[in-house]
Ligand binder design. Sequence first.
Ligand SMILES: Nc1ncnc2c1ncn2[C@@H]1O[C@H](COP(=O)(O)OP(=O)(O)OP(=O)(O)O)[C@@H](O)[C@H]1O
Length: 338
Amino acid sequence: MTTTTETGTTATATGATVLDASGVTMRFGGLTAVRDVNLTVREGEIVGLIGPNGAGKTTFFNCLTGLYVPTEGQVSYKGTVLPPKPHLVTQAGIARTFQNIRLFSNMTVLENVLVGRHTRTKEGLWSALLRGPGFKRAEAASRDRAMELLEFVGLANKAEHLARNLPYGEQRKLEIARALASDPGLLLLDEPTAGMNQAETRTTEELVFAIRDRGIAVLVIEHDMKFIFKLCDRVAVLVQGEKLVEGTAEVVQGDERVVAAYLGTPYEDAPGAAELAEVEAAEAHAADEAASEAEAEAEAAEDADEDTGDDAAEDAGDTPEDAAPAADADSTTEGDSK
Ligand SMILES: Nc1ncnc2c1ncn2[C@@H]1O[C@H](COP(=O)(O)OP(=O)(O)OP(=O)(O)O)[C@@H](O)[C@H]1O
């Protein structure tokens, strides 16, 4: 796999490969959702996966985490090929969050994190039932670790709250804490800022950097381009299941194919080509209207001087036609707001 790193950070250049997805293809009947995708993530890297809706990003994540068995290709973690079983993938060291939050809503915040810890606890069923000293020690250690993670994501003061009572942004953070509870070497985040306001998004940005600083590599799917380009050492772009481009934020943002396929769509705080074209067209239309109104007024004044009734009737007949574009514009606005 080739990786464009002309302006990449030093962390990306030297880290050992953590994830190596090679030739991953996923077909659903006649539909090829992911086609021959290669992607690596190295130690210390934050890698972004972007692409239009339906490009195959989540399907690719599902192939990495064993939820789907890829039709072709294989996925390795730290040099070992992963079996396509979610619990074995988690045990190996890959954790994930989901696009649609999947918490145990009737459990407390702390209990949710403790559930995420189960792949790392060795105590068996008998030990749990007998509640012997080994079990109690393990339970206390898990609790300490879970509280430490809640502290890390900023939810320690809500440990005893029911997960369902947390605001949306905090539920997303809890999902991250739960994923971290399995002590992963690689964390996959599927749209971690979806539904967040700007302040929450900034906090999530800091959280992802802090996760990387703990030695955990991150692969993140996100539609918020500001977030992605600020955060990621490297970005891969999927379009119709295929990897179109991969490189640093600068390389990806400057790639004409990406702009055409994806970034032309307006995104938060940055008007895209379509928005700018719309504004320019509206301005041009307004200027044309003003010019023709001025022309019509001048003609009407001339006609009045010459006192020719026929011409005055023609001008009156023009008026509804001139008004037609405005009526069209109104109906478009109504259509958009539905
Ligand atoms: N289980 C499935 N069975 C059949 N088709 C599927 C399945 N999962 C995904 N697809 C199809 O695969 C394609 C890729 O979907 P996917 O959800 O991976 O895209 P995405 O890039 O994650 O989109 P979004 O940004 O909207 O989440 C879509 O056409 C989708 O309908």
